[in-house]
Design a protein around this ligand. Structure first.
Ligand SMILES: [Ca+2]
Length: 458
């Protein structure tokens, strides 16, 4: 081996090491301890191999980040040590204990989004050797190698072909508001009973879909119309049949132009183009739990009057509070109250809603620009940008004019401070830092004095 070749090799290795040590990823680095569980497996996002720079993070039940892996080989992660708690430091929780259920979160570097919980599909891996298929949800056990495969879950469930008999195929183009679908967007086909009998997940560039098998069921029989829906992942928006335009595609080979509306036909093969038009009406669905909810809506209701937006769930609503950021005044609404100070329900604003009972709020409306005004001091805001966006990317435009952001979900407060991630945490906050903005949630943002009025593009 020549000296210069060896030198170049050393240089390349040094560069790789330098890169891995200076990598400023999305998740912070865990604190190593001398015990660990190990995890490894396949890692996909929207059915596509995860890319170099994507991240997998493991958290213990207290929200402590105790394992982190940054992808180096597409589609794979690990073997990643997930650190255990150090029993000699009783007052510090460094990591997991035997039997702890671990939370997995992923960072999709290409879209700048963080996903967790029901957004992920975790499945056992079977790789043999000294590894064990992971429990689902994954559990921590010292010094064990667990095989765990990670992908994102789909919005529409995939039909189980074994439940149905026969099928019809559809294929064609999908456009969503004038653009191509992105990986993670979906088409769902439903029978008259509301069962998903056809499903297509976009996993690559281009607007073509299919062949999509649509299975025959008790109510999907010859000549019966089928219901098509479209899911746009980046905005968490479901487009119902009434908001999409279906057109006959061109007959090619053995396929025929689809009947309109599309119907079930055993062994049929139909060309069908699907368009979500620019002025399409969106449907955003929000789950509200008994007690307090800290929420927002990311679309503009056709009529923003609060009584109309909450009409279907008003028997379950006790009270709604919002906050006028400009004047720092609270606004109040109660179903049936006279002269409420809070009169509208609109995107960009945050709301505290107290529910007497669980309910699902369906909001019908249009896209918003995602532009809002922030004022000095505290601002209660709603979030309408790309779903699950990393906070670091979204606050870039605010530069040094923000100091802290809070969120409250299911009795858990999370926060993030600018430039001071290790600052002492007030006791109401969990150790898990707030790391992403989610559509439908509300946030408190504090803007530094002297900043004036800021236009924030979410
Ligand atoms: Ca400890």
């Amino acid at each position: 081996m020549s000296r210069s070749f060896r030198f170049i090799c050393t240089l390349i290795i040094a560069c790789i090491l330098w890169h891995s040590f200076t990598h400023a990823g999305h998740f912070p680095e865990p604190t190593p301890t001398n015990t660990a569980s190990f995890f490894f497996g396949d890692f996909k996002i929207n059915g596509v191999d995860a890319r170099v720079g994507d991240e997998v993070a493991f958290f213990d039940p207290q929200g402590v980040l105790c394992g982190l892996y940054v992808v180096r080989v597409p589609g794979k992660y690990g073997r990643v040590p997930v650190y255990g708690d150090d029993p000699s430091t009783q007052s510090i929780d460094e990591g997991a204990k035997a039997g702890d259920v671990l939370t997995v979160k992923i960072w999709d570097s290409s879209t700048g989004t963080e996903l967790e919980g029901p957004e992920l599909s975790l499945t056992k891996g079977f790789y043999g050797g000294s590894s064990t298929p992971s429990l689902i949800p994954p559990e921590w056990q010292g010094d064990t190698d667990f095989a765990l495969n990670i992908d994102t879950s789909t919005h529409f469930p995939r039909p189980d072909p074994s439940l149905y008999s026969g099928s019809v195929d559809f294929w064609g183009n999908l456009t969503i508001k004038g653009r191509e679908p992105k990986p993670g967007d979906e088409i769902g086909v439903f029978d008259g009973d509301g069962n998903v009998i056809g499903h297509f997940l976009f996993t690559k560039k281009g607007n073509t879909y299919g062949f999509m098998h649509v299975y025959g069921s008790q109510s999907a029989i010859s000549g019966k119309p089928l219901t098509f829906k479209v899911w746009e992942k980046s905005t968490s928006t479901e487009y119902p049949m009434s908001s999409i335009i279906l057109r006959q595609g061109t007959a090619t080979g053995s396929s025929l132009p689809s009947p309109l509306p599309p119907v079930y036909t055993d062994n049929g093969r139909y060309a069908l183009d699907i368009e979500v038009p620019l002025e399409s009406i969106n449907q955003f669905i929000l789950t509200l739990n008994t007690g307090w909810n800290f929420i927002s809506i990311p679309i503009e209701p056709i009529d923003t009057s609060i009584g109309l937006v909450l009409k279907d769930i008003s028997p379950n609503v006790n009270i709604v509070w919002s906050y006028k950021n400009e004047t720092k005044t609270w606004l109040k609404y109660k179903p049936g109250m006279e002269n409420p100070t809070l009169t509208s329900f609109e995107p960009g604003r945050g709301y505290w809603v107290y529910m007497k009972d669980d309910a699902t709020l369906t909001v019908i409306g249009r896209d918003t620009s995602g532009k809002i005004l922030l004022y000095e001091g505290w601002n209660l805001v709603g979030y309408s940008g790309i779903d699950n966006a990393g906070i670091e990317t979204k606050v870039e435009g605010l530069t040094d004019r923000w100091t802290i952001i809070w969120n409250w979900t299911n009795n858990v407060w999370k926060h993030i401070k600018r430039d001071t991630p290790s600052i002492l945490t007030p006791s109401i906050f969990t150790p898990t830092l707030l790391s992403k903005f989610t559509r439908g949630k509300a946030y408190w943002i504090k803007i530094t004095q002297g900043s004036g009025v800021i236009e924030w593009q979410q």
